[in-house]
Design a binder for this molecule. Sequence first.
Ligand code: GZL
Ligand code: ZN
Length: 363
Amino acid sequence: MKKRVKINLSAFLSLALAVMITACGSGQDDHIKTDSAGDSAGSVSGTTVIGFSQLGAESDWRSANSESMRTAFSTDNGYELLFEDGQQKQSKQITAIRSFIQQGVDYIVLAPVTQDGWDSVLQEAQEADIPVIIVDRMVETADEDLFTCWIGSDFYLEGCKACEWLRKYAASQGLSGADLHIVNIQGTIGSSAQIGRTAGLEEYSEKYGWDLREETPGDFTQAKGREVMTQMLVNYNNINVVYCENDNEALGAIEAIEAAGKHPGGDIKNGDILVLSFDGVNETAINYCLEGTIACIVECNPLHGPRVENIIQTLKRGGTPDKLEYVSETLYSSYEAVKDVRIDSRDYPVTLLTQEVIDTRAY
Ligand code: GZL
Ligand code: ZN
C-alpha cells in the first residue's frame, strides 16, 4: 500500500513561491542582457531602436526614400526611429552615428552621401557591438566586416542600361556613334550613384566613339542642373544628347534647353536635344517621359524601407542577411524603337510608358 505522505500545504506554497521568485529573479538579469539578435538594454520595452542617418533632402528620390523608411520603422511596427538629416555633409552623418552609439540604439542604418571616409566611425559602431546596415549608395571600406550588409541599386548597370538604350535608339535613327555630341550633368561627386552612372557613360563613349563633350556636377538638384545646362549650351553649339544623372537635374536641363530656344525630344537629326535621366520618381519627369520630352528614364527604386526592415527582422531572428542585395529595376520610355537592352548577355525589357503604367506604379 502506498505510504500516505502528509503534506503541510502552507510550507509547500511558500517553498514553491520562493523557487518561482528565484527563477524569475535570474530571468530578470537575462531580460536586461542583450539577446542574441543584439537588442540592447534600450529595448527593454520590446521596441527596437533604429538610428537612421539619411544623407539629405536633395531630390524627389530622397524624399520618397525617407518616407519609405519612416513608414517601415513606425511605432506601430514596434520601432523607435531616430532620423537624422545629414544635409549632404559627411561630417553631420558621422556626428549622427556617434550620437546613435552614445544612445545605445539597436541598429544603425546609413545612407552615405559619398563612398569614402567611413572606416573610423564604422569601427566605433563595431566596438559598440551595434550592427550597421548601409542603404542606397555604397561605402568604400578597408574591411567589409565594418558593416553588416548593404542594399541598393547597381549604379554602373543603370548607366549601362541608359547607354545601351541610347546606342540602339541612335542606330534606329540611322545615326553613327560620332554623330552623338553628349554632355553629362553628374550627380553628387564621389557618391556611388554618380560614380557608377558616369562610369557607364564613359565606357560606352569610349567603346562606340561618342563625342562626350563635358561632364559637370549638377548635385542631383534642379537648380544646379539648369545652371550647368545653360553654361553647356553656351560652351557648345552641337549638343544633341544630355545625360542627366537624376530627374531633378533633367527638369533643370529642360528649362535651360527651352530657354535657349531649343527642343528636348527624339528628333536628333532635326536639331532636338535628346534627354536621358535616372530615378522615375518625380511626377513631372515621368510625365515628360510619357510625352517624349525625356526620351528614357532608367528606374532607380527608392522604396528601401520594407527591404531594410526585412533585413533587421532577419538579424533579430539571429539570421544572416546577404552581404549585398541589389534591387531590380526597369527602364521607362514612350519611344517604341527600343524594346529591350542587352547587357552582359542579360536582357532588360524596356517598360513602354503609358498613363496606365504611371497610374499603377508603387511611387
Ligand atoms: C540613387 C540615389 C540618388 C538618386 C538621386 O540611389 O542615391 O540620390 O538617383 C538622389 O535622385 O539624390
Ligand atoms: Zn523637336
